[in-house]
Write a protein that binds this ligand. Structure first.
Ligand SMILES: NC(=O)C1=CN([C@@H]2O[C@H](COP(=O)(O)OP(=O)(O)OC[C@H]3O[C@@H](n4cnc5c(N)ncnc54)[C@H](OP(=O)(O)O)[C@@H]3O)[C@@H](O)[C@H]2O)C=CC1
Ligand SMILES: O=C(O)C1=N[C@H](C(=O)O)C[C@H](O)C1
Length: 237
């Protein structure tokens, strides 16, 4: 059996971080060597070294970081990966333009994958949206996203990414956001004209679908040459 990919999980105490640690513990192809969260807080999983954001420099060697944190935590983990020559898989949404540009420059020296949504279903929805938009010139395009009440950014990263796909197909999308209860994540892309309407919907039932996608991406990204990578390329390429 090959050596497990050494992972640093950034945002370990969060909803996504906890799912990642739980799923990673059941896999033999990865070993979490560091769990990083903003503040001391609770240890998420026994047996894994925990670090706060201010202790990043003291983390052990790792092959890939998986980051699901917040925009304010993003710059330090990107800098850490650059400094260590490690891969970065990030699903943090709400990033500023300057942070997205920093991903491009980091890609000159390390392998980088940023993805608004790590589910396989959304990867397919993305393709369908672009195809529908280009087949339906002049139709209204609206993207409605619904998430749990704790989500900070709006529109969601997925909604914006779907909007970019719609734009590539020639549509001019409008956005609406709902925050209610514990909704994991729902995205509706509607194309409408006089007398007819198409609805393309994705509903996430749990966070494991995102965590599994990110873990798989990390195992396939670690050790690759520097560059920007896409989820579809790593999953299906
Ligand atoms: N791409 C995808 O498929 C998905 C993306 N997301 C995105 O992932 C991100 C996290 O979501 P979620 O887990 O729900 O969020 P949570 O608020 O539950 O967790 C955030 C995590 O980030 C940590 N954190 C916050 N600030 C910093 C900082 N400055 N430095 C280091 N760590 C920090 C928190 O630590 P502490 O507990 O100590 O505050 C916590 O561990 C969001 O941007 C969300 O939109 C979510 C699901 C899927
Ligand atoms: O914050 C979340 O929860 C999610 N965020 C991502 C987004 O902004 O699109 C992905 C998913 O919808 C869950």
């Amino acid at each position: 059996m090959s050596t497990p990919v050494r992972l640093l999980v950034h945002g370990a105490s969060g909803r996504m971080g906890r799912a990642l640690l739980r799923l990673a513990a059941g896999r033999e192809d990865v070993a979490v060597v560091a769990a990083v969260q903003r503040t001391v807080g609770q240890r998420v999983v026994d047996g894994i070294p925990h670090f706060t954001a201010s202790e990043l420099a003291g983390t052990p060697a790792f092959d890939a970081a998986i980051d699901f944190s917040l925009p304010e935590g993003f710059d330090p983990v990107l800098a850490l990966c650059r400094g260590r020559g490690a891969a970065l898989v990030s699903g943090t949404t709400g990033l500023f333009d300057v942070q997205r540009a920093a991903l491009d420059s980091a890609a000159a020296s390390i392998p980088v994958l940023w993805q608004a949504n790590f589910s396989v279903g959304v990867a397919v929805l993305d393709e369908l949206v672009e195809r529908a938009a280009s087949a339906l010139p002049g139709w209204d395009c609206d993207i409605v996203e619904s998430h749990h009440v704790h989500k900070r950014d709006a529109p969601s990263g997925t909604a914006l990414a779907l909007g970019e796909s719609a734009q590539r197909g020639g549509a001019q999308p409008r956005y609406a956001s709902l925050r209610a209860g514990d909704i994991v994540g729902e995205h509706l892309v509607q194309f409408a004209t006089v007398g007819e309407r198409i609805e393309l919907v994705h509903r996430a039932g749990n966070r494991d679908i995102f965590a599994q996608g990110a873990l798989l991406a990390a195992t396939r990204l670690a050790g690759r040459p520097p560059g920007r990578y896409g989820l579809r390329q790593l999953l299906f390429g």
